[in-house]
Design a protein around this ligand. Sequence first.
Ligand SMILES: NC(=O)c1ccc[n+]([C@@H]2O[C@H](COP(=O)([O-])OP(=O)(O)OC[C@H]3O[C@@H](n4cnc5c(N)ncnc54)[C@H](O)[C@@H]3O)[C@@H](O)[C@H]2O)c1
Length: 282
Amino acid sequence: MSSVRGKVAVVTGAGSGIGRQLALELARRGARLAVSDVDETGLAETVAQVKALGAEVQGAALDVGDRAAVLDYADTVAAQFGVVHQIYNNAGIAGGGQTVLDAEWELYDRTLAVNLFGVINGTKAFLPHLIDSGDGQVVNVSSLNGFMAQPTLSAYCASKFGVRGFTEALRTEMIAGRHPVRVTVVHPGGGKTGIASAALKEAEARGIEPTAEQRERVRVYNEKLLKMPADQAARIIVDGVEAGKPRVLVGNDAKLVDRLVRLLPRLYPKLIVDFERRRLAR
Ligand SMILES: NC(=O)c1ccc[n+]([C@@H]2O[C@H](COP(=O)([O-])OP(=O)(O)OC[C@H]3O[C@@H](n4cnc5c(N)ncnc54)[C@H](O)[C@@H]3O)[C@@H](O)[C@H]2O)c1
């Protein structure tokens, strides 16, 4: 039996990339949808695409880092639909490009506000509703950087390791309390989305000119590492949810890295630095 058909599912960061494709995949499998994003133009496009599939959908402008807004939003969605079964805390930003030595403090504040507190806000705001549904599901999107660290990604890694820790702790609590809520943490590898380019645009919008090295890094990421189409990533995630998986690794890169860091915990940082030197040199 499908754990998605007829269920009310909330997707954050649904205005593009994996979030949009999650909304479409859930709609195809018969879910009723509440989708949100800070990007209202992208969100409107997602809502139109979901409607074209014949699914019920409500769109809302929402910054997941704005705790009061997320709390209000949870009550609004519960009132609109009468019940909420699933939340996909997907909204995220790249938050990379600078070393710990060079990074401004603001990079950490911003990246953790969206990627970590966004997930905590969404989970905590919706959890009572998910428990009330009697058949709840939390899906928190981390990254392969939720178990593997990389240079110039300290803010992103801190946020995504944090998402993993938060989500796994939540799972233990749902088990201990016998609450009817399954908990899944998702670790995507490189996905073909606009996330890396969005970081450059966002820096420019704040009046910071990205360095040539940062631009080159984004080019290499877009051309060589961010490979899996977002619709494929979304199918793998929803398949994992339907299969009741507590942990979903998306892509062979995520699966490989998962093994690497467990087999070679002391050696892997050196291997990562060597790999990056070779990739960025080409
Ligand atoms: N693409 C990848 O290679 C990859 C790899 C690992 C993990 N992820 C994770 O997958 C998730 C989706 O990323 P994506 O690749 O689809 O990127 P994307 O940039 O295409 O989509 C992210 C969406 O989140 C929205 N967003 C950003 N800040 C927000 C905020 N404060 N509140 C609400 N919405 C906000 C953006 O407007 C955008 O629509 C993120 O959590 C990301 O960290 C992506």
